[in-house]
Ligand binder design. Structure first.
Ligand code: DC
Length: 225
């Protein structure tokens, strides 16, 4: 198996920025698994599909053609020939992605897709179950957390910077609701792997988190060599 570093945690904990930076420093490919769940949500909405229609969900998951690339430090996501980077970040897509991600059919397909994407590359995989379900044997796992208030503030700033009109209170409430869905679902709930290194980023900068991760990776690599 090619080396995999997993970074799990709740929404707004800083996973995306940290994962992207870490991948760049290490020369690994960054995979944003949340984007895959968001793509399924976008297609479900676009095609007016019933959320409980497993056959239709399977068909969407089975036909995802996605390319991630880095454009001046920003992630661009091309799906079916279209740039959907902004569209999939809309709050209604976040909520639908959270509901659809609780369905076994969606998880089964997207778990297989993530494993396939990692077949020939060293990857940093960001998600909710990367270290528990997708790559339980990964040697380096992190769980990144922060208080709900801090996470709401970060998500608000991120969306505002993207030009979206959002309300801080609403964003924080949505984050808490989504976390509850993600933590309490039956299949692959959000939780730290027993061997994950837990980092609380509430009072840390992105660079501090990345530095802590690099230090941990060095230590672990020494232990394994
Ligand atoms: O990381 P994100 O906010 O882009 O994820 C969107 C939703 O998808 C989130 O509510 C939980 C779900 N998700 C998941 O269940 N498993 C993953 N590996 C990634 C995301």
């Amino acid at each position: 198996m090619m080396p995999v570093i997993t970074i799990d945690g709740p929404s707004g904990a800083g996973k995306s920025t940290v994962s992207r930076k870490l991948a760049t420093i290490l020369g690994y490919k960054y995979i944003d698994s949340g984007a895959l769940y968001r793509i399924v949500a976008l297609e479900t909405m676009r095609r007016h599909i019933d959320e409980n229609d497993d056959t239709a969900l399977a068909q969407i998951c089975n036909n995802i053609e996605v390319t991630f690339f880095n454009a001046n430090g920003k992630q661009k996501i091309i799906c079916g020939g279209h740039d959907i980077s902004g569209l999939i970040r809309k709050p209604e897509i976040s909520m639908l992605a959270s509901r659809l991600s609780a369905r076994k059919i969606t998880r089964d397909y997207l778990t297989a897709l993530q494993r396939k994407m990692a077949e020939n590359e060293k990857i940093v995989l960001e998600g909710r179950d990367a270290g528990t379900v997708v790559f339980p044997y990964a040697k380096i796992k992190f769980f990144l957390d922060a208080t709900p208030e801090e996470r709401g503030k970060r998500r608000f700033e991120e969306l505002t910077l993207k030009g979206l009109q959002v309300d801080l209170k609403q964003i924080t409430q949505d984050i808490i609701k989504r976390d509850n869905n993600d933590r309490s679902r039956r299949y692959a709930p959000l939780l730290p792997a027993s061997d994950a290194v837990i980092i609380d980023s509430t009072a840390m900068t992105i660079d501090e988190v990345v530095a802590r991760m690099i230090q941990t990776i060095k230590q672990k690599n020494e232990e394994y060599s």
